[in-house]
Design a protein around this ligand. Structure first.
Ligand code: UVW
Length: 317
């Protein structure tokens, strides 16, 4: 790999937020979400309808996961059959119970990534050494993000509907100019510090069986340019939520590098990524009433030293 083929070279001119919120910061662009953003989120609630944005996990058919991961698994530990077989006994008074055990990747299903989840040049978000991931995240893990929560005004950008498709095609790309054009067509403004929801239709296509993940890394999504990274920086976007596995085209087509926005937005700007969200029901409702903004509220599972956490965000219109 020559120097010109590295992320460090590609992002040399790109903005960085390291140090902006102090040497100990672990929540990055969530610092933009102050009381004022909570207030403007609440002001966007006009219809009092709620939507949850998490996909089911540990489904009998097997969840959709990024290549190299495997679906979450669900085991019943106690159930009626266990009581009938004598493995369990009713409590004094007669109460019986069901208990279960779920195991899976922190990045399975709808999930939030910790800022230290990906790195290059041996350095994580805010300059922490990559060795802080050894044996569990002692820096920039999911816990501080879960402790803070992601709360504010949010805007849904429905790229799939804007392009007249149930889902974007394999490897179809778009950038911030497309987001702005789509917002204009939807009659909504992406304001500074908006929590950005972008629908590609991909999770819907996976769930219906119309699409597969395969090994081709052919997901549609946002794709890297310096201008796009600068736009995220200028707009102070705290959190990017999409209905794809990686929130971006896995391969950046121009350079052939992988997951460039994980480097440019997550590692360098501290933008919190939430992936594999279920946006189809919300999008259908927004298309019907033309209200594309609302109040977003989410917090991932507070996994100690975790690299990410499962989340079921709530959007209130
Ligand atoms: C990848 O995109 C590979 O990982 P994550 O979904 O956790 O960001």
């Amino acid at each position: 790999m020559s120097d010109t083929e590295t992320l460090a070279h590609l992002l040399a001119e790109a903005p960085s937020n390291w140090g902006r919120w102090g040497a100990d910061d672990e929540i990055g662009a969530l610092n933009y979400l102050t009381g004022a953003e909570v207030k403007s989120g609440l002001a966007a609630v006009r219809q009092h309808r709620t939507f949850t944005l998490g996909v089911p996990v540990a489904t009998p058919a097997g969840d959709h996961v990024f290549p190299g991961r495997w679906p979450a698994r669900h085991y019943m530990v106690a159930d009626k059959a266990g009581f009938e077989a004598g493995h369990w006994h009713p409590m004094p008074g007669g109460l019986e119970f069901a208990d279960d055990y779920v195991s899976g990747f922190a990045q399975a299903g709808t999930h939030c990534d910790a800022l230290g989840h990906m790195w290059f040049d041996d350095t994580l978000w805010n300059g922490y050494p990559a060795a802080s991931t050894n044996g569990g995240m002692t820096r920039a893990g999911i816990e501080p993000i879960a402790a803070r929560g992601v709360v504010g005004r949010s805007v849904l950008i429905d790229m799939a509907r804007f392009r007249g498709k149930p889902a974007l095609a394999r490897a179809e790309t778009f950038d911030h100019r497309d987001l702005l054009e789509c917002a204009r067509a939807q009659g909504v403004e992406i304001q500074p510090r908006s929590i950005l929801l972008v629908r590609t239709g991909w999770v819907g296509a996976l769930r219906s069986g119309a699409e597969t993940i395969g090994d081709g890394y052919w997901e549609p999504g946002l794709t890297f340019s310096l201008d796009l990274v600068r736009w995220f920086d200028e707009m102070q976007i705290p959190c990017l939520v999409t209905d794809s596995l990686a929130n971006e085209t896995t391969y950046e087509p121009r350079t052939g590098m992988m997951l460039v926005l994980h480097a440019a937005l997550m590692r360098n700007l501290g933008v919190v990524f939430t992936e594999m969200a279920w946006l189809d029901d919300l999008a259908a409702d927004c298309a019907a009433d033309r209200q594309y903004d609302g109040f977003y509220c989410a917090s991932p599972t507070r996994v100690s030293k975790g690299t990410g956490g499962s989340v079921n965000p709530v959007f209130i219109k």
